[in-house]
Design a protein around this ligand. Structure first.
Ligand code: SAM
Length: 311
């Protein structure tokens, strides 16, 4: 089942084409997924607003924090690139937010939009570039990316931030060695490509390990939703693994009339140890994002946000 998810997130080619490719060049690295096809889509927007909301919370205290981004991507994306243009996904995501501005925006959404707009026209910042810009002098970012080409771009993108660094490695394997962080405060962002059939199982294991080593840490996890049952089972396993407090966000843009069943139409975010007020802050942002994000026919996205009390 998760192989199908992986295909949703790959690109627009056919399954045989993808199989041929994975048998050659990409097999050497064991990474086929390229985020350039999906940067700035509806799921990226909500994920990155949630990331900003968490980092703004961590910045409230004087104590330093650390961000570990286990599947970081390349850090910056060109929305005019052939890959981005082929899927056109940003047109149902970041491109819909042009009218949002002003002092009355929820702070996480306002900060996210400031960062995106400062990145430049037709450029979209990935999670490590967003996080790097929200670090204070004493905070740190470790960004892990397995694809060597993407990691090389990421290293260049982060070069101007002295407290952010990237590494080319397996994010799950490296995470265990990085916890607990010396600061004992911070965020682990796990945003895998869902190429592996056992990605949910790997996530559950990674979160249980993170909890054992860094029980008070915040974790933000992205996943594609193919069935409510699978995403409920995932949340259930995370709780069974010892997580005490979680919040969940689901974003559903539905399918268009053409019914392209291979295209991602729903995604989820699971937050372990959500910061105080996170659910309310995300609901405020979602009230502005829901009507804008979505399909080309203008049907609004459904964004549901549940805190511990609702689950
Ligand atoms: N977090 C990024 C953002 O929000 O801008 C997007 C990340 S993208 C969904 C997933 C990334 O994980 C891809 O760049 C892929 O090359 C990388 N990847 C795949 N397997 C990995 C692994 N085992 N460890 C680290 N990175 C991996």
């Amino acid at each position: 089942m998760h192989v199908l998810h992986a295909l949703h997130r790959l690109d627009e080619r056919t399954v045989p084409q993808l199989r041929r490719r994975s048998a050659t060049k990409a097999a050497a690295q064991n990474v086929n997924y390229r985020h350039a096809f999906h940067a700035g889509n509806f799921a990226d927007v909500v994920k990155h607003v949630a990331l900003v909301a968490i980092l703004l919370h961590l910045r409230k205290k004087d104590k330093p924090f650390r961000v570990i981004d286990t599947h970081a991507g390349r850090g910056i994306y060109d929305l005019d690139s052939e890959a981005a243009q082929r899927t056109g996904e940003a047109s149902g995501g970041i491109a819909r937010l042009g009218d949002l501005s002003g002092a009355s925006l929820p702070p996480a959404l306002a900060t996210y939009l400031d960062i995106v707009r400062a990145t430049g026209a037709a450029r979209y910042p990935g999670s490590p570039l967003i996080a790097a810009q929200l670090l204070r002098e004493s905070d740190k970012l470790i960004a892990i990316e397995k694809h060597p080409e993407d990691e090389a771009v990421l290293a260049q993108t982060l070069a101007r931030f002295k407290n952010a660094k990237s590494t080319c490695a397996d994010g799950y394997a490296r995470l265990a060695a990085l916890l607990p962080p010396p600061e004992r405060r911070g965020l682990v962002l796990i945003d895998p490509p869902f190429e592996a059939e056992n990605e949910f199982a790997q996530l559950v294991q990674a979160l249980a390990g993170a909890r054992r080593r860094f029980a008070t840490g915040i974790a933000l996890v992205w996943y594609p939703i193919k069935s409510t049952a699978a995403s409920d089972a995932f949340a259930g396993e995370v709780l069974a693994g010892g997580a005490q407090d979680i919040a969940r966000i689901t974003i559903d843009i539905g399918r268009d009339a053409k019914g392209d069943k291979d295209r991602l139409s729903a995604a989820g975010l699971l937050v372990v140890n959500p910061p105080y007020g996170f659910v309310e802050k995300m609901r405020a942002a979602a009230s502005l994002l829901g009507p804008r994000l979505g399909r080309t026919d203008g049907t609004p996205a459904k964004i549901a946000i549940d805190g511990a009390g609702d689950l």
